[in-house]
Design a protein around this ligand. Sequence first.
Ligand SMILES: C[S@@+](CC[C@H](N)C(=O)[O-])C[C@H]1O[C@@H](n2cnc3c(N)ncnc32)[C@H](O)[C@@H]1O
Length: 262
Amino acid sequence: MTQLDQQVHSIGPEVTGSRIFKFIAFLYGIAAYLVFFVTILYAIGFVMGVMVPKTIDTGSDSSTVEALIVNLLLMSLFALQHSVMARKQFKAWWTQFVPKPVERSTYVLFASLSLLLLFWQWRPLPSVIWSVENPDVAVTLVTLSFAGWVLVFTSTFMINHFELFGLHQVTDHLAGKEAAPPRFKTPLLYKFVRHPIYLGFIIAFWAAPTMTAGHLLFAAVTTLYIFVGIALEENDLVDLFGEEYRQYRQRVSMLIPWRRSV
Ligand SMILES: C[S@@+](CC[C@H](N)C(=O)[O-])C[C@H]1O[C@@H](n2cnc3c(N)ncnc32)[C@H](O)[C@@H]1O
């Protein structure tokens, strides 16, 4: 037996089933959730350019090339972390080291930390691509962007907010309940589009009265990543729910209600 095998063996039910582990896991889940919550609130201010010390359009001066390289690296790091750690094969591998009840919380924590790094290190690209002069149109765009964030937040509650962010798993474990298998759901908005959370992000990122080059880069790359993320997520969902998800995909559009192809 290698040293690694011995370590893997040490995180068994005799450890995860103990009362002290359950309690520490619960505290860890709450801490990860709080970090996520602060991160998503900061993200709103960062993208909308309000109420936070550093926004998408502020930060240290740098050359265009440096800004492009740093920003693309930061977004790639988030995309890699987010996609790789969400895959079935990765989860099967790393739950040998990370106990299952805190797997989702750890994923949420890593995703939040990579986003916080992005906010911190983001380089502004201040050239203005468009600027809406009409105050009514400008207010409409700000309202639309905010509505995008509301769509993200409310949609998470439609499929299960607390499970998505790991709290459900640690509370069930604390209560000694077995983790329930994932369930396919199509409540409310999920009857009109398959990905309301991602639709909310796209709206929130693009609806800007003033669009700088930096903001445009962020919106364009994240939108591209959302399409890649959707393809990966839907592969997993077909694996998980089979024919039920295939039929859902035929019946319901991806992002734009009543437009089957997108
Ligand atoms: C960040 S959420 C995004 C959900 C969806 N793509 C959206 O944009 O609203 C990703 C998680 O939701 C799960 N998921 C996506 N659609 C689902 C559905 N209809 N029912 C249950 N879980 C779903 C995926 O398996 C994944 O774990």
